[in-house]
Design a protein around this ligand. Structure first.
Ligand code: C2E
Ligand code: CA
Ligand code: CA
Length: 599
């Protein structure tokens, strides 16, 4: 009868009938529980507070406080929201059952049920609660890790975006502005290359600390009545990338004031930093977006500040650029790129490259991810990060996505004929979900190529799932019914909410390369998010794919942590089909036996 789940778990039995109490108590003790008993609602409530049980078995009709009322009060009490409550109704009518649920009961049994059965029911409830508790803990941990940069302890991009919501609302209500700055350390990778890793980290920490001290001068300190509930309208500094910081300055009167702040930041960096006994000069390029002129929502503001910074880089190190100035120049560039994008499909300028996803167990290729390439006649290879957002904005991604699917399925069919048993993973953008025709499009592409769904996997980002939840969840279920496997891409960079994982029938989590990059030693400790995500995936029985594996250390680490698959430059870059086959031939002959330690 011993079940580790029940060891040490405590059950509170509340019943005014001493005989029933005793029966329940012995059956539960026999099943391995610790049991606390109480003869009525008031005593039950006191016992709940004193012993915080893992489950409550509760009689309905008792003198004084009845079971419904006690249930109500437990739910309202601290720590009472999640404890499972099993109600025993002697009244088999639906009325008391529904009253039990309204009062917050988890489940009910009819009174006089075989005590052994009762113990089994309790066991089930306790086990379910323990699973939920574990998930809640890992969710909280992920949330915390997901909000702060472990190196500088500054808030990260995600946190900044959340903070910007109330900050802009605050400013909007008062007809004020919020300046958002993207502060990028010039040539950081070159500086970083000349330092060892500890010194590179120390430099970043020192930069963060100087930036922090350059924030808002005292005379602009905000009056207490302007304090918001969760977010004070003070300056917010965040680290949003390897060498990119961001600053939100709420309450600036105009663009000139924002420029002044930017200049002050640049001058605090002008004094060289002392790192590892040498002087390191540092400059920063700053891009500025101003709410509400340059964007109405946090993402847009940050994106525009970043774009302005990028543009500023063209004017040389240490410059400062306003989004308004850069927009007209960039718009021209984008317009011409977008016009070309329209023609790219019919001109056959797209191509798919494939990058292997290898089984961690034996480093054999399990699947390949199809990655889109655009060979522009004048500009050469345009990276997907540049043209996919454009294609999404203009809706062209739907046609392009169709092309990707039919091309990838056709390739899958060719491989099947040649006896190559790799699956193909296809990236799908949120925009492709919008009109609800995605499942039909996918199945059309598969049947045109004559491949079955078992060979195809789709990769969505969390953003795609959030965008239009009901339509998306229909589409995802339909795709699942077709038999496709579904992977959640870039996991951890977006909302990372468990609710998405529970709501959608996902098979695989792809751990974003941003987190894999943090793995610096085989023994770990420096990549807590990877660990947290793996733990979460395990508890939900999901497979994991670690992306962006570039070093042997990362690979060893991921192997020890039982990632299901690994993908990255360490093994193979995305390649055109012919080169991929060459790579595979030499992989089987050469590297694979070495890495797996075979003779
Ligand atoms: P993604 O889905 O996260 O794809 C993985 C990206 O990581 C690829 O970039 C790949 O080349 C890169 N990568 C793989 N291994 C490593 C590594 O070890 N180190 C580093 N630093 N990078 C690595 P790529 O091909 O530039 O694609 C960028 C993004 O464009 C993709 O990110 C995906 O979101 C999007 N994309 C690509 N093809 C398609 C497509 O057909 N449809 C849609 N909707 N999006 C696509
Ligand atoms: Ca992907
Ligand atoms: Ca990804």
């Amino acid at each position: 009868m011993n079940d580790p789940a029940c060891d040490k778990a405590a059950v509170l039995v509340v019943d005014d009938d001493p005989g029933a109490r005793l029966l329940a108590q012995s059956a539960l003790e026999f099943a391995g529980f610790r049991v606390v008993c109480a003869p009525d609602g008031a005593a039950g409530l006191a016992a709940f507070r004193a012993s915080s049980p893992d489950c409550i078995v509760l009689d309905v009709i008792m003198p004084g406080m009845n079971g419904f009322d006690m249930c109500d009060q437990v739910r309202a009490a601290p720590g009472g929201a999640h404890v499972p409550i099993l109600m025993m109704t002697s009244l088999d009518d639906m009325d008391s059952v529904s009253r039990a649920y309204t009062a917050g009961a988890t489940d009910f049994v009819s009174k006089g049920v075989n005590p052994m059965l009762l113990a089994q029911r309790v066991k089930f409830l306790v086990r379910a609660k323990q699973t939920q508790d574990r998930l809640r803990t890992s969710e909280e941990r992920i949330r915390h890790l997901a909000y702060y940069d472990p190196l500088t302890h500054l808030p990260n991009r995600q946190r900044l975006i959340e903070v910007l919501g109330p900050l802009t609302a605050w400013a909007g209500a008062r007809d004020r502005r919020v300046a958002v700055m993207s502060i990028d350390i010039d040539n950081f990778s070159r500086i970083d290359d000349t330092l060892d890793q500890a010194d590179g980290d120390a430099l970043l920490v020192a930069i963060a600390s100087r930036l922090k001290h350059a924030l808002r001068d005292p005379e602009r300190a905000v009056a207490p009545e302007l304090q918001l509930e969760a977010v004070e309208p003070v300056d917010w500094l965040a680290r949003i990338g390897g060498n990119e910081f961001a600053l939100a300055v709420p309450g600036v009167p105009d663009v000139q004031a924002a420029l002044l702040v930017a200049r002050r930041i640049q001058s605090t960096l002008a004094r060289p930093f002392m790192v590892g006994g040498t002087e390191v000069p540092v400059t920063a390029t700053i891009g500025i977006g101003v709410y509400p002129e340059d964007g109405a929502d946090p993402q847009t503001l940050l994106k525009h500040a970043h774009a302005a910074m990028h543009h500023g880089k063209k004017n040389g190190r240490g410059s400062c650029e306003l989004f308004m100035q850069s927009i007209s120049k960039r718009a021209a560039h984008h317009l011409s790129l977008e016009a070309d994008l329209h023609k790219a499909l019919e001109r056959g300028e797209f191509q798919l490259h494939y990058q292997p996803r290898l089984r961690t167990q034996d480093l054999r290729v399990d699947a390949v991810e199809a990655l889109l390439r655009w060979k522009h006649p004048q500009r050469g290879m345009v990276p997907p990060d540049e043209f996919i957002p454009l294609a999404e904005q203009s809706g062209l991604i739907v046609d392009i996505g169709d092309w990707v699917m039919s091309e990838a399925c056709a390739q899958l069919a060719r491989w099947r004929r040649e006896g190559v048993h790799w699956n193909v993973a296809i990236n799908v953008s949120g925009v492709q979900f919008r009109d609800g025709t995605l499942p039909a499009r996918v199945s059309r592409a598969m049947s045109a190529a004559g491949v079955d769904a078992g060979g195809v996997e789709l990769e969505f980002t969390e953003g795609a799932l959030i965008e239009n939840s009901r339509r998306v969840s229909h589409a995802v279920s339909a795709l699942k019914e077709l038999g496709l496997a579904i992977a959640l891409d870039d996991f951890g960079t977006g909302y990372s909410s468990l609710s998405y994982l529970r709501r959608f029938p996902i098979d695989t989590l792809k751990i974003d390369r941003m987190f894999v990059r943090d793995i610096k030693s085989v023994h770990g400790g420096d990549a807590p998010l990877v660990d947290a995500i793996m733990a979460m995936a395990r508890s939900l029985s999901l497979d994991t794919v670690a992306e962006g594996v570039e070093t042997d250390v990362q690979w060893q680490y991921l192997r020890m942590r039982d990632a299901t698959q690994v993908q990255g430059f360490l093994f193979c870059r995305p390649l055109p089909v012919a080169e991929l086959l060459d790579w595979h031939a030499s992989w089987i002959r050469g590297r694979l036996p070495q890495l797996t330690g075979a003779a």
